[in-house]
Ligand binder design. Sequence first.
Ligand code: GDP
Length: 211
Amino acid sequence: MNRRYHSTNFINSAHNISQLPSDQGYEVAFAGRSNCGKSSALNTLTHQRSLARTSKTPGRTQMINFFQVEPGRYLVDLPGYGYAKVPKAVRHHWGKILERYLSERQALRGLFLLMDIRHPLTDLDQHMLIWCRHHTVPCHLVLTKADKLKRGAALACLHQVQRNIAGIYQDTSVQLFSAPKRIGLDKAHAKLDEWLGLENINPHIPPQEHK
Ligand code: GDP
């Protein structure tokens, strides 16, 4: 098990670009439709109950939240998109901020794009993929709630998504994930390690012992 992410802690929340922490270090952002399981995935990956707030009310978390894995290494929880009850002006505001964040952020090493395995690659998800391609941000598609399907059906969906993106989106990978069943945890950690530049550091050794 990769324990490196277990002491991840909350740093701050931003409502707009000017409130973002200084653009330094490495960060991986998490995006997805509201209710896709983004908060549950962040909590599972960091082995914490409520680092990211899961909510019964989709579309409630409208902030960019920064979490520090270790100094200079961050996970960024972007606001969930696609919730119909969010007023149009608010959706427009966040659409603009998301695009500015993806286009301008130097620290951004890659985007985890989370999608409910039962509704993958919606129009809004594809919009995110197009933005990533346009701004050359590598993208890792995480098919959440994989426990909702039988293993064969989940794998069929994984392969279908792989076929759909092949040749269209470079620098894009896909995996299955389930928060309650802890499916795909190692794969997701490995991708985070790679993007955060942590892959050559043994996560089982406490940080002070790395020389
Ligand atoms: P967010 O709005 O994207 O942050 O989604 P949440 O993490 O709050 O999850 C939305 C709902 O889906 C909640 O009821 C979660 O318990 C449920 N959920 C999230 N991930 C999983 C999963 O991997 N498997 C199952 N079965 N349910 C999940």
